[in-house]
Design a protein around this ligand. Structure first.
Ligand code: KG4
Ligand code: ZN
Length: 358
């Protein structure tokens, strides 16, 4: 089955064409084309994502990305279109949905609506990334836990079985990626800030302990929720104190120490809550997903606690930690029987507040 997938929930315009085969329960996927057109330049210029501007970019980019993808894939016959219908920025979601509807009419194929967070959740089933290679997907582990960490979400999810998920914890304020981005902005680092902070934090780790200490919000709370605004404010006050003392913007050594301690604090809380969830629900598997899954310190710490606590972590390959259409194709394949009923147009709506979002 060949699926063309479309992702426009935030500021990336992405289209993939993927061929799936099922050999007695073993799903093989062959990536024929996988394109992500990022609006990072705009983000850098304006310091974030603005829905109306992002929508305009999607409208401009979608036909171009579609052309590129079909050309790379060699104009194959498509059996279905998978499209992200939420959660995300509503004006952006609509551009993808409208495009999918027009294309479905033209190609006379069904549409499979996909939840963006389920895409992230299933992304770690892809064990490697190579175009035009037959790749066997990992078996979906039922009764497991998923940790989704991105610019919009920080969620711990109890997976019962495919399509049956319970959010057991989420952020009460900023998402972890958002906190990385905001702290980076406080230090005049370019958008998106996550990779920048992470780079500085690595330098800080090899330089040794700076003595700086930030709070670990909700580390000992008896639930699975997170809060990053207190940590962010602690960074802000520290930077204010430093600039007041020296009368200059903070220097590179300060930035390195802040980045390291901020990352240590945020990741420590995430790790502790994740291990608690694994223990409480007796799961042997953790599925990691979302843009922050690319964070090296998070990956190293997860590898350490996986060993100590006897569970296996599935990491998404680097190419699909951020927003992408490949994960939407994978989720679309798993839901291939749940197609949108064209006669009932009410069933396919852009939705910013789906069951997977707290
Ligand atoms: O999943 P994603 O591409 O988009 C959303 O759906 O939000 O995640 C983007 C987020 C940004 O906040 C970015 O700063 C963060 O992921 N990010 C990272 C790293 N790479 C990306 N955060 C920490 N460390 C990284 N290496
Ligand atoms: Zn995302």
């Amino acid at each position: 089955m060949r699926i063309l997938s479309i992702e426009t929930s935030c500021d990336d315009t992405a289209i993939s064409i993927v061929e799936f085969t099922d050999n007695s329960g073993k799903v093989t996927c062959k990536i024929l084309a996988d394109i992500v057109s990022s609006q990072t330049e705009l983000g850098v210029q304006y310091g974030g994502v603005f829905p109306a501007m992002a929508k305009g970019e999607h409208i401009k980019n979608l036909p171009i990305v579609y052309e590129q993808a079909t050309k790379i894939a060699g104009n194959p016959n498509i059996d279905a279109i998978a499209v992200t219908y939420g959660p995300g920025l509503e004006p952006c979601l609509w551009t993808g949905i409208t495009f999918a509807k027009e294309l479905a009419l033209k190609l006379d194929v069904p549409i499979i609506p996909v939840n963006h967070m389920e895409g992230h959740l299933l992304s770690s089933l892809l064990p490697e990334y190579e175009i035009n290679k037959e790749i066997v997907l990992r078996i979906f582990p039922e009764n497991s836990i998923s940790l989704l960490v991105s610019g919009g979400h920080t969620q711990l999810i109890k997976i019962n079985k495919l399509g049956s998920y319970e959010i057991i914890g989420s952020t009460l304020d900023d998402a972890v990626g958002e906190a990385f981005d905001k702290v980076a902005r406080m230090m005049d680092l370019p958008y998106p800030g996550g990779p920048q902070i992470s780079k500085l934090a690595e330098i800080g780790r090899s330089a040794g302990d700076s003595g700086l200490k930030f709070p670990r919000p909700m580390l000992h709370s008896k639930d699975y929720n997170f809060s990053f605004s207190g940590l962010k404010t602690a960074v802000l006050y520290h930077i204010r104190d430093l600039t007041a003392q020296v009368g200059n913007p903070i220097n590179d050594d300060d930035k390195i120490a802040i980045a390291r301690e901020f990352e240590d604090a945020g990741i420590e809380v995430i790790i502790k809550k994740t291990v608690n969830a694994i223990e409480e629900f007796g799961s042997g598997y953790l599925l990691l997903g979302g843009g922050v899954a690319a964070n090296k310190h998070l990956q190293n710490e997860l590898a350490r606690v996986s060993k100590e606590n006897n569970f296996e972590t599935y990491y998404p390959v680097r190419q699909i930690t951020g927003d992408n259409a490949l994960m939407i194709a994978i989720a679309g394949y798993f839901h291939k029987d749940e197609i949108w009923d064209k006669k009932n147009s009410d069933t396919l709506k852009a939705c910013g507040n789906l069951s997977l979002k707290a």
